[in-house]
Design a protein around this ligand. Sequence first.
Ligand code: MN
Length: 224
Amino acid sequence: MKTLFAIFAVALVAVQARGQETPWPFPELPYAFAALEPHIDARTMEIHYTRHHRGYFNNLVKATAGTPLAQESLETILAKISTLSAAVRNNAGGHYNHTLFWQVMSPTGGGEPEGKLAEAINAAFGSFAEFRKQFSQAALTQFGSGWAWLCVAEDGSLFVSATPNQDNPLMDVVERRGTPILGLDVWEHAYYLKYQNQRGSYIEAFWNVVDWPAVAARFAATQK
Ligand code: MN
């Protein structure tokens, strides 16, 4: 009987989630929880995706229910975040950031970018090694919870930044606005089970799973 109720409850939530029909659905994880091992462990991935990301999503649904925001794109919402509530800021940011994060990692990731993205990185930072150093430093020195980003500026050039909490470079509250094409979650929930307080080890491991073709596709989309 309990099982029947559980199945019913899950089905109801699924129907409700579909009923929302927002332009920002909860995404599928594009790989298994264990796919990024040993760099990111399966248990961390499972908790991060099913609890943390799901929590931001559910709270965003609640915070926007019955308002015009429920029908607006995340990009539109983020661009005017200074006018909205803390609940929308935290959860729209959380939902956008994690959706991007899952998509820029892959079990076949690592290595270095090629083509136009590689050229843009060289133009902005001098070399891939220098870019990697600056991004890692931004991730390491972000005090408390937050994110490190590789962004495309208005003029098409690249820059590195970091933002606190669930803020991101699309928000109208950040020091430098841009379109993020690579992001690294440096909240402790992203690494504490495997790396404890060693954020630097987690950042080093991250480079082994970066999906450069996915980042290059995001870069290309900003150049149109
Ligand atoms: Mn997170």
